[in-house]
Design a protein around this ligand. Sequence first.
Ligand SMILES: C[S@@+](CC[C@H](N)C(=O)[O-])C[C@H]1O[C@@H](n2cnc3c(N)ncnc32)[C@H](O)[C@@H]1O
Length: 307
Amino acid sequence: MMDENTLPERDVWSDWLLHGRDGGDPHYARALRALVERYVERVLAGAALQPGETFADVGAGEGLLALRALELTGGDLQVWLTDLSAPLLRHAQQLAEQRGLAQRCRFLCATAERLTGIADESLDAITTRSVLAYVADKTAALREFHRVLRPGGRISIGEPIFQDEAVAAQAMRAVIGANAPEAVSPLLRLMHRWKASQFPDTDEAIRASAIASYSERDLVRFAQNAGFVDVHLELHIDALPSIVRTWEVFINTAPHPLAPPLSAIMAEKFTPSERELFERSMRPVIEDPRAVSTERMAYLTARKPRA
Ligand SMILES: C[S@@+](CC[C@H](N)C(=O)[O-])C[C@H]1O[C@@H](n2cnc3c(N)ncnc32)[C@H](O)[C@@H]1O
């Protein structure tokens, strides 16, 4: 697959998916896995994969969606697992071998924008889950999907919508900037320092950010601009009991792979007394059994025109 001697052992993506995302807490890890599996099932439902087809899961990560599709569809469904992370592809390949699925998989280390190695019009479908969020030029990636799909080929995409998080950070920045220092609560300053370490908080930074510059409506436009038709998008907003039940999980996890966890932000950017204030104020909120967390996921399906 790749030259083993030149591959990195780990990168930011493998650290997140294989080690960081659950904060080392087994209860949270199980709840998070169940949540991610629901997202994956939804993307798979949109792809409507059939025996005998070949599809690519772009940004396949540890192979969760690709291997699930092979197990569900059976027969001779074939998959390309593509990802820019060599450590994750290697991990996915090991999992495919353990589960007896490797014969039906091909592995490609490539960015979503340039699927070099996949021939024009060679695929029946493309799936991708939480990947375009990190791609700067989403239309370029969708054009590349269009290139490798046969006429009539399908895409099924599930992406988080993070824009509201950035807007919240921006609003805190505006309140702090518009008021005299003594009128701003110390807790608001800390909330802003926390959020602005994980999301952009100015117009300019939001526009330049791969993760925060787009809404669900932009995803529709990007797909149309790339040449797709029959574009259908569903925005799912789930305000559900939070799966983060303890302060320790809260501070040791992050909302996306490129964000530092709150524990690192507190260590670097808070004084000891600020840490104490923050924990005293926030711990009861986080550990309240009625705590709610809101997730925004956009699911898009479309197809390449037949003619
Ligand atoms: C949040 S993970 C999702 C992984 C997987 N799709 C899943 O559902 O579990 C994001 C994935 O996107 C990959 N990725 C990030 N930027 C990419 C890019 N420009 N091209 C291809 N893959 C990318 C990462 O390596 C990582 O595997």
